[in-house]
Design a protein around this ligand. Sequence first.
Ligand code: ADP
Length: 581
Amino acid sequence: MLNHPENENPDSQQEEQHSFPVTAESRALVLVVEDNPQMARMIAATLAPLYRVITACDGQDGLEQTLALHPDLILCDVSMPRMSGEQLVTMLRAQPDFDDVPIVVLSGRTDEQLRIQLLRAGAQDYLIKPFNREELRLRVANLLVMRQVRQVLQREVTVQSRDLVTLASKVTLQQRELTQTLSLLQEREARVLDQAKELEVRGRQLERANKALTTRNRQLDHMQSRLRAIVDTSQDAMLFLTPDGIPAEVNMRFTDFFGIDANTVLSQSANHLTALLKAQFAAEVSLDEALAWSTTDQERIFAAQQVQMEPTRREFELFSLPVLNLDQTYIGRLYVWRDVTHEREVDRMKSEFVCLASHELRTPLTSIKGYVDLLLTDETVGELSELQREFLEIAQNNARRLMNITNDLLDLSRMESGKMELHRKPLDVNLLIHKLMPSFQPGWDAKRQKFTLHLPEEARMVLGDAEGVMQILSNLLSNAHKYTLEEGHIDLSVETVGPVAWISVTDSGIGLSTEEQAQLFTRFYRAHNTATEAVGGTGLGLVITRSMVEMQGGEMQVSSEPGHGSTFRFTLPLAESLGGS
Ligand code: ADP
């Protein structure tokens, strides 16, 4: 049975000062569990001005109302039908939702033991019947205040613990981040350590390489200074130009010869250097060509003669040759000046001696040959026996041979000592050839050799020394006759090519191997074959012939094949190409 005696308010004015809580809705709900209706009504009346009051008629009713309405405080009698106060307290305290609802036990004075039990079971306070109404209100108010304070504290604790949880989770998060950062740092540290180790290894390698390099550099320096010393000690002056024509190396001998120190040479352009050198040399036709620093020419090797006039007179042989690296790349051109002053002087003295000797030999030799010829031909001398004639013919042959040798030596030494004088003028080669032919005809007839002449229809004048040209032609025709067997062919042709006339003597004779051809123009060289041995000769004819050709501004060529004859050809400049003078 439910009673709601909230409006039964016998002394409401007195209760105002204890009001708690203030508004009707927020007023605390007090459940009065009392089987005595009068008592229940009295209690309800006492509390109603301050609280919302509900009543239950016994423990069972009290439990049901508690579960349904959640009172803020319970006033509970001890002895009640159906469910005692003790059972109610025990059951409520077993429910977590109600363990903070204050329970005030209302007991009689005799129930002391029971009251203690109830307090143990979870009741907060007790009132001994009959009790003062004011005490009831105070106790209820105290308990409610305490409960509210506890709830406020509880909420605070909950809020704070929630903050703490948030904080803790933040801390956990930060801790996790820190842990991650730490492990990243550790990884990085490990990597840095690895790199440091690698760097250390590399450093050691570099140090070793550096040492090796230093040693190699020292060796290179040593080699370089040794090479420099060797190059400087050389008797020849050396100058090295890069492919761009820039002076790059020069030795000490260069400075000795030309008085231009290395620094000056290396700071000059090739053209300026040419000007400096030219001022020291005798003006020669070949000088410009010799000093044209043909650094772009990667193949040609050339040599030239130069005569230095200032500061000292020196005769040089200048060689110029391309320089290739080990890998065969062209790195520049080397110019070498060899001082041949002394050799030239000795050569000149030798030539002069030979010239003098041959000249002196020629006079008695001419006399010997003349008298032998007279003995053999002049009938006034008297009859000669067969044996005397034979001996005199041997003497005549050898005198003739000796005469040839002497003449050749005289010619050669004159040429070499520069004493041969040439008088170059326009010549009709055809005419010269026709003049020569009669002297050779008997020889050709004797060996039944066929001579053919190939002359251009229109004769062109060449520039040359008549005697010299005759000597060249004689030597070549004489050789062709000598080294061609009986019934062989000899051809002489003249043709004009550009500014020169090519004059060729071709024979069907014994021919020459490549090796023999390479030595043809060496003094006293004679090929080893029966034909050469059978005919007389000095081995000087071709040397004289070529010099004679070159002295007249021509060049000479040979082509030959053993057993198939030879062609000796030479050029003479056309008179008109040189202005006819
Ligand atoms: P020489 O005829 O007095 O021996 P040369 O200087 O004229 O001297 O010739 C040198 C050598 O060249 C000769 O001994 C000969 O062996 C060779 N020779 C010259 N001309 C011919 C030729 N037309 N055919 C073959 N061999 C030749």
